[in-house]
Design a protein around this ligand. Structure first.
Ligand code: SAM
Length: 368
């Protein structure tokens, strides 16, 4: 074992023991080409996850309620200026029918995700939360619907929403401006996260790993920000290009930030390293193996779990619109990524020594 190897493994131990590293040390872990140290990072993180959650993986039903979006994020397939997709919004009756079906299958968390609608939609969302909460009082409602006013978030919470997912996408202002149009505000997104936490939502944030122009220093800023925010949920997924965006050719345009790796390989690799880093920083956090991870690699979900993830989110969206929620090319929404594929999901997880739990899985409901 050479010196660098020993040093990196000692960083993994330090992160495990203290829950934090210096910025320079995070950078070393992110960019290392030392496979032994990276394996140690994943093994340590998976061991922490098993200590707190056993071999149980939480399932959440992901319901993509609308692909209509008022925003124009440069990386996203459902950005408003993409005219090549068929837009949809599920009716309340369709949403309730999906929840009914998912409930019967065993799901106890519904994640309502969609493009961002104007503030005026907040009353509708509030009513929807109230209806779902009234019909399924033993279930958690997670919203992932973007930025609203403080008052709207307060009303969503009062109407029964328990959790809110809002990735900050990137903490660095320069990087934020390269991914978003000028009218979108990084400051407002960060404000929303503070408000959501203050309202008592179990709050999730995160980033896309390998997003265009992202540097290792940007990611270190994201780690430090998440370290301060202390969210209950942390969603890290690889950036995957979408053909109808300006970043369509991103993977072909140059190397990734990890020496010797392509941009695609880097997106996957950084995702897994960050899952492990956040598991060591936040042993009790809810960290999904995301759909994007399963899309970038057929073994991505299992790799995410073996790196410390403890949540999967099978798709419960109606089939007739599933293909229209196209955030990136090739997004998987069937097989083990779907409510219909639970047997296959169980057997894939069984192969690596894990099993699903239907438990609602609120933050803090770990075994230690
Ligand atoms: N409108 C809500 C919001 O802004 O949080 C939720 C929907 S948004 C499409 C959900 C997440 O998809 C974003 O936070 C972003 O990180 C991810 N996403 C969008 N485009 C992506 C891409 N090309 N590759 C990977 N993830 C992407």
């Amino acid at each position: 074992m050479d010196n660098q190897n020993t040093d990196l493994i000692s960083l993994v131990c330090k992160l495990h023991d203290t829950g934090a590293l210096a910025p320079r040390e995070y950078r070393l872990l992110l960019l290392s080409d030392d496979t032994e140290a990276v394996s140690a990072l994943h093994e340590e993180a998976a061991a922490v996850s098993r200590k707190y959650f056993g071999n149980r993986i939480y399932v959440r039903g992901l319901l993509e309620i609308s692909n209509i979006c008022r925003n124009d994020c440069l990386y996203c397939g459902i950005r408003k200026s993409n005219l090549n997709i068929r837009r949809y919004s599920l009716t309340d009756a369709e949403i309730i029918a999906c929840c009914d079906k998912a409930y019967q299958a065993g799901f106890r968390t519904f994640v309502l995700q969609g493009g961002e609608h104007p503030e005026s939609a907040s009353e509708h969302i509030e009513r929807l939360c109230r209806t779902i909460h009234g019909r399924f009082p033993d279930c958690a409602i997670t919203l992932s619907l973007g930025e609203y006013s403080d008052d709207a978030y307060r009303r969503f919470r009062a109407a029964g929403a328990d959790r809110y997912l809002l990735r900050h996408e990137t903490y660095n202002p320069r990087h934020y401006a390269r991914l978003h149009p000028a009218e979108m505000s990084r400051a407002h997104r960060l404000h929303c996260l503070d408000v959501l936490k203050g309202l008592g939502f179990q709050t999730g944030t995160g980033i896309m790993a390998g997003s265009p122009f992202q540097t290792a220093d940007d990611i270190v800023e994201d780690i430090l920000y998440i370290g301060k925010l202390k969210p209950q949920m942390i969603g890290i997924g690889p950036f995957i290009p979408h053909a109808d965006t300006v970043f369509a050719g991103w993977w072909k345009d140059g190397p990734g930030i990890i020496p010797g790796m392509s941009r695609k390989e880097t997106a996957m690799e950084i995702t897994l390293r960050l899952i492990s880093v956040f598991r060591l920083m936040f042993p009790k956090a809810l960290i999904p193996a995301t759909t994007a991870l399963s899309t970038i690699s057929s073994s991505g979900r299992e790799a995410g779990i073996l790196a410390g993830a403890n949540v999967v989110m099978p798709n419960i969206t109606p089939h007739h619109v599933r293909q229209d929620y196209s955030l990136y090319d090739g997004k998987v929404s069937d097989g083990a990524e779907s409510a219909e594929g639970m047997d296959s999901l169980c057997s894939l997880l069984g192969n690596i020594g894990y099993c699903i739990t239907w438990d609602k899985g609120d933050y803090g409901s770990c075994i230690v």
